[in-house]
Design a binder for this molecule. Structure first.
Ligand code: XMP
Ligand code: MG
Length: 179
């Protein structure tokens, strides 16, 4: 284990099983439809890569990047689009793919922007949810795991751009971010 992490929260096996399950549910729910999966960079990229390989309906992918926490582990509520979609989503079935929903502020903002572009539908699939931290009421249609209020890294999630490459999801040692 990496010396900066306290413990494994979700193992590779647990992640794999959940992603398979989510893929099956999505394949069923979007049967007969053409899906556009929108991954939110950078955190969702590992989850997205695994998820789409478990979806059996036709799926196209695109990405958005929004400003995140930077070097702090607290949300500022300020969300800025750093990279927008490449395509017009009018009339499309859009699935936002997120790594984690925390306060909900990022997602709330993204949903507003995307709904204004008149897609046929917009739903949200997140690998992780921290319900105890929610500040805005935002609907999450597909959730992998609800987790306690601890800062987690790995499987695409970072602290200060580190740890994204770690294969599992870990709780980061408090001394790493409480300086
Ligand atoms: P909000 O608060 O807007 O935040 O729902 C969503 C974004 O915050 C980041 N985030 C985390 N990143 N470990 C991380 O690596 C965490 O425990 C964590 N909690 C929130 C993440 O970028 C997410 O997209
Ligand atoms: Mg993110």
């Amino acid at each position: 284990m990496h010396p900066d992490v306290e413990k494994v929260l979700l193992s590779t096996a647990e992640l794999k099983n959940k992603v398979t399950e989510l893929g099956q549910i999505l394949s069923r729910d979007y049967a007969g439809k053409n899906l556009l999966a929108v991954g939110i960079l950078k955190g969702a990229m590992v989850f997205m890569a695994d998820l789409i390989r478990n979806i059996s309906v036709d799926v196209q992918i695109d990405f958005m990047a929004v400003s995140s926490y930077g070097a702090s582990s607290k949300s500022t509520g300020v969300v800025r689009i750093m990279k927008d979609l490449e395509q017009n989503i009018e009339g499309r079935h859009v699935l936002i793919v997120e790594d984690i929903v925390d306060t909900g502020l990022t997602l709330n903002y993204l949903l507003e922007i995307l709904k204004a572009r008149e897609p046929a539908s917009v739903r949200v699939c997140t690998l992780l949810d921290k319900p105890s931290r929610r500040e805005v009421d935002v609907s999450v249609n597909y959730n992998g795991f609800s987790i306690p209020d601890e800062f987690v890294v790995g499987y695409g999630l970072d602290y200060n751009e580190k740890y994204r490459n770690l294969p599992e999801i870990y709780v980061l040692k408090k001394e790493v971010y409480q300086k």
